[in-house]
Design a protein around this ligand. Structure first.
Ligand code: AMP
Length: 278
C-alpha cells in the first residue's frame, strides 16, 4: 500500500489526472480498447489486475481462471500503461474483512439472478480500489453492461469523485465478444460461439420490425438451444439506461443474454436504438 500510494503520487506530479482500468487479467484486445479510452480521458493510465475471489461462487471458475501474468505485463508495457497494480488476495481482503457494498435495483435480475454473489463482490472490490487509487476516471466495457450500470449507480450513490466511462464491446472477426473466458472453449465451441451474436442481431432486427417482444425473445431462446447452446440463462430486452424490463422497444433498449456453451458461460449484449425503428 505505501508503495502504491508513492507510485500514484509520482504519477500525479504536475497535476496529471489518472484513469483506472479495472481488470481480472488474461488481457485481450477488448481490455486494450479500455486502456486506449483511458488514455483519451486522462494524462496517466493505471490498470489493476485482480481476480477477485469475492465475485466468484464456490462452484465457479476462480481456481481455473486464466492468469497469464507475464504476458499481461508485456501487453500493458507495449500499450504504454503508466502503472500496474496487481495485489494479492490477502492484501485486498485481510483476515477479519467483513464489509459488503451492495447495490440494489440495477443489480437485480439477469446476472444478479444467476450469480447472486457477483455484484456484491464487484461493488465491494471496486469501492476499495477507488478509495485506494482515487482515479479521476474509471473505464469499463459495455461487454458487462449490467456491471457498468451497477458501477455508475454505486459511484453516484456514494458521491465517489470518479467519472465512469463505458466502452463498446470489441468483437472477434466472426462477431463473438472478446472475453478471457473464451480460452475455455473447444475448437468446435469456438466455431459455434459467433451464432450468439448473430441470433442477438437477428432478434434486435425482428423487434425493430415490430415483433411482439415476449414471443420474439422466446423464439430466440429456442433458436439458441437449436443452434447448440446448452442452456440460456436469460435473454432480455431492457431499458438501456435504467435496465428496467421493456415490454415494447419504445425507448432506447438493450438486448442482454447469457448462455452456456458446453461448460462455459458466455454473456453478450447489443443496443436496440430507438432511432433505427424505421
Ligand atoms: P474482466 O477482466 O473480464 O473483468 O474485464 C475487465 C474490463 O474489461 C471490464 O470492464 C469488461 O467489461 C471489459 N471487457 C471485457 N471484455 C471486453 C470486450 N470484448 N470489449 C470491451 N471491453 C471488454
Amino acid at each position: 500500500m505505501p508503495e502504491l500510494q508513492q507510485a500514484l503520487k509520482d504519477l500525479r506530479r504536475g497535476g496529471a489526472r489518472v484513469a483506472l482500468v479495472p481488470t481480472m487479467g488474461a488481457l485481450h484486445e477488448g481490455h486494450m480498447e479500455l486502456v486506449r479510452a483511458a488514455r483519451r480521458h486522462a494524462e496517466k493510465v493505471a490498470v489493476y489486475i485482480f481476480v477477485n475471489p469475492m465475485q466468484f461462487a464456490p462452484h465457479e471458475d476462480l481456481a481455473r481462471y486464466p492468469r497469464p501474468f507475464a504476458e499481461d505485463v508485456r501487453r500493458l508495457e507495449a500499450e504504454g500503461v503508466d502503472l500496474l497494480y496487481a495485489p494479492a488476495a490477502e492484501a485486498v481482503y485481510p483476515p477479519g474483512f467483513a464489509t459488503v457494498v451492495s447495490v440494489k435495483g440495477v443489480s437485480e435480475g439477469m446476472e444478479g439472478a444467476f450469480r447472486p454473489h457477483f455484484f456484491d463482490g464487484v461493488a465491494t472490490v471496486l469501492a476499495k480500489m477507488f478509495i485506494r487509487m482515487m482515479p479521476e476516471v474509471a473505464v469499463f466495457g459495455e461487454k458487462d453492461y449490467q456491471q457498468l450500470a451497477v458501477v455508475r449507480r454505486m459511484a453516484a450513490d456514494l458521491d465517489l469523485p470518479v467519472e465512469i466511462v463505458g466502452v463498446p464491446t470489441r468483437r472477434e472477426e466472426g462477431g463473438t465478444a472478446m472475453s478471457s473466458r473464451n480460452a475455455y472453449l473447444t475448437e468446435q465451441e469456438r466455431r459455434l460461439a459467433p451464432r450468439l451474436y448473430h441470433v442477438l442481431c437477428e432478434t434486435a432486427e425482428a423487434l425493430r420490425r415490430g415483433g411482439d417482444v415476449a414471443a420474439t425473445l422466446s423464439g430466440a431462446r429456442e433458436r439458441l438451444i437449436a443452434e447448440g447452446f446448452a442452456k440460456v440463462d436469460y435473454l432480455e430486452l431492457r431499458d438501456a439506461a435504467s435496465l428496467e424490463p421493456l415490454a415494447a422497444p419504445d425507448r432506447e433498449g438493450r438486448l442482454l443474454v447469457a448462455v452456456w456453451l458446453g461448460t462455459t458461460r458466455l454473456i453478450d449484449n447489443i443496443p436496440l436504438p430507438l432511432s433505427s425503428a424505421d
